[in-house]
Design a protein around this ligand. Sequence first.
Ligand code: C2E
Ligand code: MG
Ligand code: MG
Length: 301
Amino acid sequence: SIGISLLPDNTREPATLLAQANMAMQHAKHLGGNTLQFFTERLQASGLENLKLENQLRQAQEKGQLEVFYQPRLSLQADRLDAAEALVRWHHPEQGLLTPAYFIALAEETGLIVALGEFVLRQACRQARQWQLDGLASIRVSVNLSAKQLRQGNLVSLVRQTLEETGLPAAMLELELTESQLLDDVENAINICTQLRALGVKLAIDDFGTGYSSLSYLKRFPVDYVKIDKTFISELEQSKEDTAIIRAIIAMVHGLELEVVAEGVETQSQMDFLKDQRCDEIQGYLISRPVPAAQFAELLG
Ligand code: C2E
Ligand code: MG
Ligand code: MG
């Protein structure tokens, strides 16, 4: 990744020149690397925007601006809500309620994702335990992990500690990882997944079908669930190819004796098709959007 800034076009100060080149280099990395970028005024502006957002995100947690929403997962066979995905939201002081699309990438880049992920994990476990104590249906809660957390080294003890602290049975916690996160460092991922499963925690591969979807890896990763990415579901009615792909994924996942979850189910006909195909669970706006904890409890009642 190479960043370039020109003297005297952009500045006459050597130190500034270097900082600009560095900013351009960061941008080149951001674009996936193996490329070169020139410093521009716009880059400066978006850098400042990001810096502001980063500072605000840094304080978001202590200011109580982060909230965990829950989206139900419906078990098709039992026709019952049996799980919920924890999805973080940020009550931004100026911009209102923000979805992860606005801040997760920044959180990853800056390392803030580690603290954020810990917060979501603790909240979600506490909440699932509370629902259990309140006598509501038994709900397994699933939490998204970032690759950074996988590389942290203390993830397994963090999970063990959080379960102990909240009193949530391990089998009621599920952790979601995307294919690309798993493939980032395969041996480390397998090692950590094995330890997490030894605790009794369930594991899921998220957004399946969007990465390499390597079958040999799928066999090696000790997981319980495979979540088909919503892009396949949304085209279901129009695209013969997607229909074929979904059929194949479900057959393959069942062949490996794992369960399959479809994400992004928005219509009744999508649900009917998935039920026909013996898909195990569905998640999507058809059942409910992600909602605050109190509203989720109403869905159960
Ligand atoms: P994901 O894990 O694949 O979560 C599913 C996303 O699909 C959610 O977006 C959800 O609101 C959306 N969705 C659910 N049903 C439907 C539907 O029927 N139609 C459509 N069009 N979309 C649907 P959301 O909440 O914006 O989250 C986006 C992503 O942000 C998540 O994708 C996940 O990768 C990430 N994320 C969310 N919370 C966390 C977190 O606590 N930690 C980490 N590391 N990542 C998180
Ligand atoms: Mg997920
Ligand atoms: Mg997903």
